[in-house]
Design a protein around this ligand. Structure first.
Ligand SMILES: [Mn+2]
Length: 161
């Protein structure tokens, strides 16, 4: 599920768990997602993860002031499409983060917003295979005059518990 919620389900061996979390300090939020593989790494997961991670890395590297928000979305969407997974990437690439966890600017294929230095937003490509598993990697970044700064330092190696 792209937008999951907590349930009574017990986490079991073999599960792939998407955890979307953040911190709030002085009213300002952060947003991060990592996926945890319980006990084993399914090769199909690894395949999808590699695509999503390269889409995320390329989009983060491409982020700069003056860029159209829709073009940034397109950087990640293009990679995911190249691997035939575009129908499973069902949400926007990211969203602004600040006093609200979700605010402007939207990083979306439909946005005509021009990114500027000082913007703080997420880059969170993901694919979801109904009834099977999902993959998302999310970082919160700040656009600077020269490019960007990534606020999230948690590993992006595949995490096995
Ligand atoms: Mn988010």
């Amino acid at each position: 599920m792209p937008h999951g919620y907590a349930s009574d389900k017990k986490i079991e061996k073999g599960d792939i768990v998407i955890v979307d979390f953040g911190a709030c300090l002085n009213g300002l939020n952060s947003d991060i997602t990592r996926v945890f593989c319980v006990n084993k790494i399914d090769p199909r997961y690894k395949k999808a993860y590699d695509v999503i991670l390269s889409a995320q890395n390329l989009a983060i590297e491409a982020s700069r002031p003056g860029m159209l928000s829709s073009d940034l979305d397109g950087v990640a969407r293009g990679i995911i499409k190249k691997y035939g997974l575009s129908s499973y990437f069902t949400h926007t690439l990211g969203h602004g983060v600040g006093y609200d966890v979700h605010e402007e600017p939207k990083i979306s294929k439909n946005s005509s917003y021009i990114l500027e230095s000082g913007n703080v937003f997420t880059i969170e490509p993901g694919v979801y295979f109904p009834g099977d598993f999902g993959v998302r990697v999310e970082d919160t970044i700040l656009l600077t005059e020269k490019g960007h700064q990534n606020f999230c330092s948690l590993t992006k190696e595949i995490i096995k518990l």
